[in-house]
Design a protein around this ligand. Structure first.
Ligand code: NAP
Length: 245
């Protein structure tokens, strides 16, 4: 299983996943929405770390048709597709009573509906090969809820249920689907939060620190590997003990 598409791998957690899979010798499709320069830099680093073929592909996953095209482009450029990491995600935070329809729709479309389309396109290919790995990057808030994130939490909780269903539908075809649920991880997404909110999270994390994107990447790379063949339909929290369940 050597060809991987990692959505949202120009920055943050997705970038670290791409670099970890590069170290493990995968062919990679590095995907971005707007930051082409950043994606090209990740591709350059990946090549130095030992990746095979590296493709850099643009797709705005808030647009309906983009997801299927992205999978087809990745499979064409890499020759096949055996691993799909659904990592790209956005936030549009706000309390429920102030949340605009646009904020709800954008988050559900990008964080959940695009994953449905990406996974559908990828699983069709994986079924023929009778092997495949899907890893969905959810969030611990999809398990525990979070004020100000009704749209994001609904998408991430939906992603967890979606993962369990894909596992049951295709577990007999050599395909596994698992989710990871990161807690508070150092990235652009969390750096944008007010310092007060960051401090509140920190005080609730038994580990006493935020996580690093590289730590999430190690877990994702394991779930994508042959070694994880008997793990299917799981959601694994990686949150320093914030929300044991
Ligand atoms: P990030 O640093 O904000 O990076 C987001 C990535 O998604 C970028 O590669 C970005 O591409 C891409 N993206 C943004 N809008 C897109 C769109 N419309 N279409 C396609 N791609 C788009 O995010 P992150 O913190 O690494 O988070 C990665 C994943 O982990 C997300 O699913 C997030 O929900 C989840 N997560 C993060 C944390 C955390 O603490 N950071 C915790 C739990 C879960 P461009 O660079 O081109 O914009």
């Amino acid at each position: 299983m050597k060809q991987a598409l990692i959505t949202g791998s120009s920055r943050g957690i997705g970038r670290s996943i791409a670099l970890e899979l590069a170290r493990r010798g995968y062919d990679l499709a590095v995907h971005y929405a707007r930051n082409r320069e950043a994606a090209l830099a990740v591709a350059g680093e990946a090549e130095k770390l030992g990746a095979g073929k590296v493709a850099v592909i643009e797709a705005d996953l808030s647009k309906r048709e983009a997801a299927t095209e992205l999978v087809e482009n990745a499979a064409r450029e890499l020759g096949d597709l055996s691993v799909l990491i659904n990592n790209a995600g956005i936030t549009r935070d706000g309390l429920l009573i102030r949340m605009k329809d646009n904020d709800w729709d954008a988050v559900i479309e990008t964080n959940l509906s695009a994953v449905f389309r990406l996974t559908r396109a990828a699983v069709k290919r994986m079924m023929k090969a009778r092997r495949g790995r899907i890893v969905n990057v959810a969030s611990v808030v999809g398990l525990m809820g979070n004020p100000g994130q009704a749209n994001y939490v609904a998408a991430k909780a939906g992603l967890i249920g979606f993962t369990k269903t894909i596992a049951k539908e295709y577990g007999g075809r050599g395909i596994t689907a698992n989710a990871v649920a990161p807690g508070f991880i150092e990235s652009d997404m969390t750096a944008a939060l007010p310092v007060k909110v960051q401090q509140e999270y920190l005080s609730a994390i038994p580990a006493g620190r935020f996580g690093k994107p590289e730590e999430v990447a190690q877990l994702v790379a394991f779930l994508a590997s042959d070694a994880a063949a008997y793990i299917n339909g799981q959601t694994i929290a990686i949150d320093g003990g914030l929300y044991p369940h």
